[in-house]
Design a protein around this ligand. Sequence first.
Ligand SMILES: CC(C)(COP(=O)(O)OP(=O)(O)OC[C@H]1O[C@@H](n2cnc3c(N)ncnc32)[C@H](O)[C@@H]1OP(=O)(O)O)[C@@H](O)C(=O)NCCC(=O)NCCS
Length: 151
Amino acid sequence: MAAPLIRSALPSDEAAWRALWRGYCDFYAAQVGDATTDRTWKRILDPDSAILCMVAEVEGKVYGFANCVVHENTWEIQPVCYLEDLYVIPAARGHGIGKAMIEWLSNAMRAEGWARLYWVTHQDNANARALYDRFAPTDGFVRYVIRQRQL
Ligand SMILES: CC(C)(COP(=O)(O)OP(=O)(O)OC[C@H]1O[C@@H](n2cnc3c(N)ncnc32)[C@H](O)[C@@H]1OP(=O)(O)O)[C@@H](O)C(=O)NCCC(=O)NCCS
């Protein structure tokens, strides 16, 4: 497989992004409502939104995405970038697309002046962890969540 082109999502990526997003939600067995999906896509395209999306394209086809949220924090003056969703279609995994997207974001961190790029994954997500362990050690923090409602 040729090296992927990593770029910001464009309006013309909508169908591809939605198909990938369905795959990502299925991976997590998550029922994300249409209104939420519609809003997320709108926020991705809105230059005033804190949500960013990079897609990975190979020979004109989109194989993966990285959805991020850039936000303020109390520990640094600069904003930080939370990589919230990373997904590559099953048929294209193991070819370096996930790695290319994280490398792209690491470069963007320096270019944009984000203080940190960070993400979480399930401790049993072996494929994801095999990739992530190449970038940084885990920091030992454990996530706690209280939900107002279930998805
Ligand atoms: C995690 C994920 C994004 C990785 O994407 P990817 O394009 O397959 O990652 P890469 O090809 O860059 O992987 C690099 C390393 O990760 C490992 N790896 C990750 N997924 C793999 C897979 N499905 N098959 C083989 N190796 C995989 C390998 O160790 C690989 O190292 P190698 O190049 O020495 O073989 C992808 O597996 C995925 O979308 N999974 C389902 C959703 C998910 O878990 N997202 C992350 C949630 S936090």
